[in-house]
Design a protein around this ligand. Structure first.
Ligand SMILES: [Mg+2]
Length: 271
């Protein structure tokens, strides 16, 4: 690491109480931790800082991520996994506390919503929510389209067009949003996940930490870094995932990070 980068990274770490971490491309790739990530994260925790994993994927529950991270040796009981689905459930509880909610989502997410106190209902819903439903059916599409056309509040968990996976990336919520835009003429009133502000606001409230003491690290400029910038967090773009050094030099202002580092393991040098 260049001396200038090391000094800037040390200054960023000094003001940070919580590290929000993207997962794929940032702490692991597929099923493999990146370099000495276990030791790096252990050092972050030992310094008294919190590790919070942050994902837009609302088809899985936090518990499913805890299992994967534990298997890779990247999870500790002090950590938190926070999904766009959790942020959406908290947003609904606060904004529409008594509403009946039609949710296009997996059974696991429905159970999570119910456990969070959201009244999930198929009939006579007041609000409709579009999540990453890997069990999506024509019937569900028709039903949410009806609610949207009738003018009900329309919330989406996150905007990603495709979901990273081996081979061809499958369509994600952003693609469902585009379909429903064509059929209904409407786009979501609110999108909760990265890069927007609902998830950031819910995280600050839940962690009771001001935005200036949070650092977001990720490999995708237009989701991870823009999310941090939109929420007033400092931002670390890591080059261990889908962004290379060349691309990092030509980012629009909205997606420009506080610092570019080779990998999150650079943190170990300044902790
Ligand atoms: Mg990533």
């Amino acid at each position: 690491m260049e001396e200038r980068t090391r000094a800037a990274l040390a200054a960023l770490v000094a003001q940070t109480r919580v590290f929000l971490l993207d997962m794929d491309g940032t702490v692991y790739i597929g099923d493999h931790p990146i370099g000495a990530m276990r030791e790096t994260l252990a050092a972050v925790r030992a310094s008294g800082r919190r590790v919070v994993y942050c994902t837009n994927n609302s088809s899985k529950t936090a518990e499913q991520y805890v299992q994967k991270l534990s298997r890779l040796g990247l999870y500790d009981g002090r950590d938190l996994v926070y999904t766009s689905g959790m942020a959406t459930a908290e947003y609904l509880r606060e904004t529409y506390p008594d509403a009946r909610v039609y949710l296009v989502g997996t059974d696991a997410l429905k159970a999570d919503f119910a456990a969070a106190g959201v009244r999930v209902a198929d009939e006579d819903a007041d609000v409709c929510v579009l999540a990453y439903d890997t069990t999506l059916s024509f019937e569900k599409l028709c039903r949410i389209n009806e609610y949207i056309v009738r003018g009900k509040p329309y919330i989406a968990t996150h905007p990603d067009a495709v979901c990273p996976a081996p081979g061809v990336y499958p369509p994600d919520v952003g693609s469902f949003i585009a379909l429903l835009k064509v059929s209904s003429g409407r786009e979501p009133d609110v999108i909760c996940g990265k890069p927007y502000t609902v998830m950031g606001e819910r995280l600050c409230a839940r962690l009771n930490v001001p935005a200036g003491q949070i650092a977001m690290a990720g490999d995708r400029p237009h989701t991870d870094i823009r999310f941090g910038n939109n929420n007033g967090f400092s931002t670390l773009l890591v080059l261990s995932g889908e962004t290379d050094a060349e691309k990092a030099k030509t980012l629009p202002a909205s997606d420009r990070p506080t610092l570019v580092i080779d990998s999150l393991n650079d943190l170990a040098e300044v902790l």
